[in-house]
Design a binder for this molecule. Structure first.
Ligand code: ADP
Ligand code: MG
Length: 644
């Protein structure tokens, strides 16, 4: 490497806010086994602290591991740090993410996703190759991070009891809510890093934007047009497709720029982008052009691109989100929290005063959640347990959760998993273990009962149909009923109605949508939400991919699939069966609770009332209603019995 680049990089390192705290930090880390480090994004936590540890010799008895929730961050940070240390990637500095391992026995500093460290912990619960583990981006509170907290804490304790090599733990977070981390790690010392934050002016839109990608393009162009405005623009969008479509729109517009305008260069930044292209976003644009970086939320806290003065925030994020309809987290586009919106805005004020353009109204902002809720509290317990077991953690009741669930709900969830055939008692140890079926179920981001439905659909020869139905269930409702066209909407719906119930109706709608290739005017004429349908297609793609990965043969039942579909539904939803008890009142099988068919169901008006039904979910309003209901025969279900 050229000497001048080396000295430039060293000068940059020395100029970071964290550099002046280096010695004090090392002193604290040396004298405490656990520390929590809090500092503004961009201050240098992720790239510098691990290097300080390495340089001080603190970690010399093993490897220094730094975890990241996102793969794209782990990779790009490792590349940066290798560059700063003038070593080829995979030697002293490396990374390890799913399907891509750039580390070697020589690696002393390893960036890895928290999923990868959990995987390592299965074969080596004491994490014995590590002397220091830095749990980065702790404020994100993904299920993996939360579980990792427990795994690392236990490893540290056991290593100390057995007088093995010491394990130091450093938790790093970009938010000030550090007490909960500190309390969890036995009142760990909290260290605050002074960051730099210049004022950022916030702008909102006056009215709600119908299409934020369009609003993004307009805003970026207006900003760029103003030659008084110096500095680069960082745009937050939700994912690859959106980023690429804004990218091509901006590129089209560029052709029409007057010749006296500054040049503008657009850099996409998302996980699926080749690493080389990701790295380009960090370089200064040639000829002093203005850079426009179109990024997913990875640029919120995990990575820092220099010279940003303007932030454009669409207000949405693609995240693993709790989906109440299918019970669990699938990637979906959802509103950000206030904390996230502030964090995004902050990116504009790291080097000088800046501005943030929110592509939503101030009222919209006021309604956002304050903080992102920890994922573990949004997922159902049975699915969290399924994940723990898949990670080889069998003594669930004893597990040291940062936010522990009640023992009663743990036991209930274990019972459900047993009935689903996902777990069995482990004769050799205290505890339970996954069955082969359970291991497959754990791969799906669905409520275990739906995962089971999906996995057992093959037996009934209707895997494809069940994937389609589950995808349709993942959105609110694909049907819309405008007040002024109510009659017409209901009329057009009649052709989709199925005597067997809502699940088959959803399947009919899906098939009709597919046969017109997602035609927009067809959706309009049939009162179908186009946007929800594209979410359905996205979910469907993800589920189909997963089925392929775990080796599930889907098979299709074609036109005559109704009975197979309903039998498959019972395969997983056998706890959601209800029997008619007269005058429209139903009683649930297991708990004898009074429930009714929801007015939105196509079975609502059916007389006589079907004697036995299966439902997807219960909603409580004036009464307890079953939503998405199908007719079944009572002798189809062979409910397993509870173990004793
Ligand atoms: P933190 O973890 O506190 O958010 P980082 O250690 O990730 O901070 O980043 C510190 C600084 O390093 C950033 O402000 C940025 O200026 C610089 N930096 C990080 N990665 C790169 C990169 N790939 N290229 C250029 N500069 C980078
Ligand atoms: Mg960081």
């Amino acid at each position: 490497m050229a000497e001048c680049q080396r000295s430039l990089l060293q000068a940059q390192r020395k100029a970071l806010p964290i550099a002046s705290a280096r010695d004090a930090l090392l002193r604290e880390i040396r004298s405490h086994d656990c520390c929590v480090v809090v500092g503004e994004t961009g201050s240098g936590k992720t790239t510098q602290i691990p290097q300080y540890i390495l340089e001080s010799g603190l970690g010399r008895k093993g490897c220094v591991g730094v975890t990241q929730p996102r793969r794209v961050a782990a990779v790009s940070i490792a590349i940066r740090v290798a560059l700063e240390r003038c070593c080829p990637l995979g030697q002293e500095v490396g990374y390890s993410v799913r399907f891509d391992d750039k580390s070697s026995p020589a690696t002393k500093l390893k960036y890895l996703t928290d999923g990868m460290l959990l995987r390592e912990a299965i074969s080596d619960p004491l994490l014995s190759r590590y002397s220091v583990i830095l749990l980065d981006e702790a404020h994100e509170r993904t299920v993996h991070t939360d579980i990792l907290f427990g795994v690392v804490k236990t490893a540290q304790k056991i290593r100390s009891e057995k007088q093995l090599k010491k394990l130091r733990i450093i938790v790093m977070s970009a938010t000030l809510a550090a007490e909960s981390f500190s309390n969890y790690f036995n009142k760990a010392k909290i260290l605050y890093i002074q960051g730099r934050q210049f004022p950022v002016e916030i702008f909102y839109t006056a009215i709600k934007q119908q299409d934020y990608t369009h609003a993004t393009v307009t805003t970026v162009l207006q900003l760029h047009e103003d030659s008084e405005k110096k500095g680069d623009i960082l745009v937050f969008l939700t994912g690859r497709e959106e980023i690429e479509s804004v990218n091509s729109l901006l590129t089209l517009c560029k052709v029409m720029f007057p010749s006296d305008w500054l040049d503008m260069i657009v850099f996409p930044f998302y996980a699926a982008l080749p690493t080389k292209k990701q790295q380009d976003a960090f370089l200064p644009a040639r000829g002093g052009a203005r850079k426009v970086i179109l990024s997913t939320n990875v640029a919120e806290t995990s990575i820092t691109i220099p010279n940003i003065r303007y932030v454009v925030d669409c207000g949405m994020v693609k995240a693993k989100g709790y989906n109440p309809h299918i019970g669990l987290d699938l990637l979906s586009v959802q509103p950000v929290s206030k904390a996230q919106a502030r964090q995004r805005a902050g990116r504009a004020g790291r080097e000088a005063p800046g501005a943030c353009y929110r592509l939503y109204t101030e009222d919209y902002f006021a309604e956002l959640l304050n903080d992102t809720v920890p994922e573990i509290q949004r997922s159902s317990l049975s699915s969290v347990i399924l994940q723990l077991l898949a990670l080889g953690i069998s003594n669930i009741v004893e597990f040291d959760f940062m936010d522990p669930p009640s023992e009663e709900s743990l036991v209930r969830a274990l019972e459900q998993l047993y009935l689903l055939g996902a777990i069995e008692t482990d004769s050799s140890e205290e505890g339970v273990k996954l069955t082969a079926l359970g291991l497959k179920m754990a791969q799906f981001p669905l409520e275990p009962s739906l995962a089971k439905t999906l996995l057992s659909a093959g037996e009934h020869g209707c895997g494809v149909e069940i994937v389609n139905i589950v995808s349709m269930l993942s959105v609110d409702s694909v049907l819309f009923t405008p007040q002024d066209k109510r009659e017409r909407a209901l009329e057009s719906r009649r052709k989709f109605v199925s005597p067997d119930g809502d699940h088959l109706m959803l399947l009919k709608i899906y098939r009709a949508f597919k046969s017109v290739k997602g035609n927009k005017s067809w959706c309009h004429e049939n009162f179908i939400h186009m946007r929800h349908m594209s979410t359905v297609m996205d979910v469907r793609r993800q589920l189909t991919e997963l089925c392929g990965r775990v080796g599930v043969e889907l098979g299709t039942g074609g036109a005559e699939c109704s009975e197979g579909v309903r039998r498959a539904l019972i395969g997983g939803l056998f706890m959601n069966i209800a029997e008619h008890a007269g005058e429209g009142k139903y009683l649930t099988h297991k708990t004898r609770q009074q429930v009714y068919i929801h007015p939105s169901s196509c079975l609502f008006h059916v007389k006589p009332h079907p004697p036995c039904v299966v439902y997807s979910e219960l909603v409580y309003t004036s009464k307890c209603y079953m939503r998405n209901v199908s007719v079944v025969e009572s002798d189809w279900s062979t409910t397993p019995t509870t173990p004793r």
